[in-house]
Design a protein around this ligand. Sequence first.
Ligand code: F6R
Length: 619
Amino acid sequence: MCGIVGYIGSKDAGPLLLQGLKQLEYRGYDSAGIAIGSADRIEQVRRVGRVANLAGALEEEPLRGSAGISHTRWATHGKVTEENAHPQPSSDHRFSLVHNGVIENFESIRAFLRERGYQFHSETDTEALANLIAYHYDKEPAASPDGRESHFLRSVRKALLHVEGTYGIAVLCADAPDQLVGARKGSPLIVGLGSGENFIASDVAALLGATLQVIYLNDGELVELTRDSYRILSSEREPVDAVVHEVDWKIEDSQLGDFEHYMLKEIFEQPQALENALRGRIAEDGSTAKFGGLNISPRDLRQVDRIVFCGCGTAWHACLVAEHLIERYARIPVEVEYASEFRYRNAPLDKDTLVFVISQSGETIDTLAALREARRKGYRTLAINNVVGSTIARETDGGIYQHAGPEIGVASTKAFTSQLFLSSMVALLFARLRDMSFSDGFRYMESLRRLPEQVEQALRMNDSLQRVGQWLAGFEHCLFLGRQLLFPIALEGALKLKEISYIHAEGYPAAEMKHGPIALVSESCPSLFLVSQGEVLPKVVANMQEIKARGGPIVAIATESCQLPEGLVDERITIPDADDPTLAILATIPLQLLSYHAALARGCDVDKPRNLAKSVTVE
Ligand code: F6R
């Protein structure tokens, strides 16, 4: 949420910052801006709307200089206007600041500064911090008492001591054109190291193509960059000996290639993402899964008598599938919590409870807060996470990386199915530590191995799904219905459709439909059923009849051997037969493609749906 990129080196900063912003635009796209320091001045250009608008403005009015900061905004405080766009200058224009996060006490900071003559031109919380830095800069002696901090860095640190809330910031100072300062608390920030140049960014994607050497800053840390050096200080002014990591994503991973949209590209990358999730994780005897980073012994894993899963949005749906699989195969009681609720609920947990979080980005603030709360209370924590080095990955006791590659489309697709796949492997691991036999484990693993090929097969339906998606585009309301393992997939189908096509959609367990949602059923509200063979099929067919009797159009996404009465459904989409460990994944594929085509037919920007941003780093 909000993307930050900063550069200091010897090249022209403008084009580099613009490129970084384009690669980060999924973090917010309400407005974008750039500020460049040259000699003793800072110049800026800001535009409402996409990075492309900013690029157009910079073509007409280029900024020259080799140090700068830039931002793509997801609005929190203040409307989407040029005045509220970042960078935010201090009123004396000596400082310029980009910020991701929320400064909760900004009103009192503004009041304090107003009394001292500072002026405000925006409604943002960020401008309060820009002016607070300027205030401390004037108050602080220029000479450093012990050489640990420059005047600039010290002013930023002192200002941040008064800030309540969260921030990832990058700051320019007109008096120090050879320095860039950054700091983080609660919002991600990384440092990219180049040769004769250095970067600051809110995530790795911004730096692909520029450098693969990164340092992940920890909460409370500040960094001072010059073109040839970096210095990191803790909030207590202690020098930090940071570890430099090598990023294993390639620039091509973040490019569109032959695809029109990232969402479609990522849907089609799913077989590969699943292969990556499986690679190296099949135990030697082929009957269970093994994970390198759990940091927990099989004996301790056996002790776990309850698991609480936490996540948000699509990741929360993955948690629901994990619940079903672990309870069914490993017989361990599982609960699923919205991460945002869990942290404030103070649920009583016993000492052998494992708290398991799922997050693609590893930066979602609610999920991170849930993890921190669980750790604070001394529970063992695990995480499934896609972004290497993310805050959740660094703070969890143990974890499983998804290796799905960068997910750029704001609507999660390949990360979701990879989370389901890994949840299925976790269920197998727990089950084999308990009562599942070798041969059942072996068969389970065989179905996981077959899955990438089956997903390829499901993707071949794209053309026929385009027609159904275009038909769906003509409606304003839609129900998604499924039972058991397919209920969370109904929720996910509804979320995907509403977030990218703006069609109002709701997911329900099929049998629950009679308890209220059936009131919505009419010729103008289709129902999408997810069905597989099994004991509840006759009940689901009865639900379809109830909808048919009321004139509601029906689409069935059904497994191959699932028999449906002739003429009952208006459209049938057939997916390969599958057992529970892989069923949810196969049922997800057509839902993703339907949403994609429906959104496209309605002229929506599928990669950047309105009001959304990837990686929600504010509460
Ligand atoms: C929806 C979507 C979101 C995310 C949610 C959690 O398509 O992508 O609902 O799933 O914001 O994000 P992560 O997984 O990064 O914690």
